[in-house]
Design a protein around this ligand. Structure first.
Ligand code: B1M
Length: 231
């Protein structure tokens, strides 16, 4: 929607959400940023804007990418637009008055450069009171182990978006066992191709369908951990 003059103020909330999906699809970062600001000014919750505008737009991108309608350059533009929106929402989602309730090291596994979902999980975890150490993308076992050694986190979060990279999570978990530290850390995994059965099979503690479930699951496991420590 770049060349027509659009007056966002005259549009309804639903129309703006529709426009956000289109603009995300077209990779219009500036427009996305403006639309996010307008929705915030109208009192929408950051998480609602993220879900109804940005993630919903990326779902359409994903389907058309799968069907060969969109290609990598277009998807990269869409990812850039998504990040422009997330940059505005980040401080709001990460805003917390809560005391620190735990620490998480999070990263995308080796061979995989998808980071939007992982970044979202990090933001929401910060918002819930966790200290988050984000290792970025393409992380080897050695990088995960070094970060765990250094930061002594309560939780390790791993993300994978490809069916070819998700088996690497098992490699990391096996390395934790070999190092004798598996029982000391909560392992949460997520990413579009995963499911609960896969998480169980590789020996993770839980699969998190989305960032909100990630936060709830992390809190639940932290509660159990604290109860055990008291006993
Ligand atoms: Co990629 N890609 N991609 N891609 N890409 C997918 C994943 C794909 C499903 C698209 C498709 O075919 N429909 C497909 C994978 C197919 C498969 O393996 N079965 C695919 C492919 C094939 C590829 C390439 C191989 C394409 C190529 O080069 N030919 C290539 C691989 C590069 C590599 O990693 N080595 C590639 C590249 C790219 C881009 C670089 C262009 C770009 C990534 C940009 C970036 O991340 N900076 C990209 C994108 C954007 C996508 C899609 C369209 C969108 C992913 C996304 O950001 N979703 C994706 C299609 C799809 O997923 N439907 C696709 C939005 C995000 C909010 O959701 O990441 O699922 P998601 O995260 C969620 C949950 O999964 C969960 O919470 C998040 C928030 O709610 N979650 C966690 C995720 N991680 C978690 C960790 C946790 C907890 C929860 O830890 C505690």
């Amino acid at each position: 929607m770049s060349d027509e003059e659009i007056d966002l103020q005259t549009m309804s909330d639903d129309e703006i959400y529709e426009l956000m999906k289109e603009d995300l699809y077209d990779g219009y970062a500036e427009e996305i940023a403006e639309e996010v600001q307008v929705m915030l000014a109208r009192g929408h919750e950051p998480y609602a804007i993220l879900t109804n505008g940005l993630v919903a737009g990326m779902d359409i991108v994903g389907a058309d990418f799968r069907d060969g309608i969109l290609f990598v350059p277009e998807v990269l533009m869409a990812a850039k637009a998504m990040k422009a929106g997330m940059a505005i929402l980040r401080p709001l989602l990460a805003e917390t008055g809560a005391e620190r309730i735990g620490t998480m090291v999070v990263g995308t596994v080796k061979g995989d450069i998808h980071d939007i979902g992982k970044n979202l999980v990090g933001m929401m975890m910060e918002g819930a009171g966790f200290e988050v150490i984000d290792l970025g993308v393409n992380n080897s076992v050695e990088k995960f182990l070094a970060a765990i050694e250094k930061h002594k986190p309560d939780i390790l979060g791993m993300s994978a978006l490809l069916t070819t990279t998700m088996p690497y999570m098992r490699v990391v978990i096996e390395a934790l066992k070999e190092a004798g530290i598996r029982q000391d850390i909560i392992v949460l995994v997520g990413g579009a191709p995963l499911n609960q059965a896969f998480a169980e099979e590789i020996g993770a503690d839980a699969y998190c369908r989305d960032a909100a479930v990630g936060v709830e699951t992390a809190k639940k496991f932290m509660y159990i951990r604290r109860q055990k420590a008291k006993a």
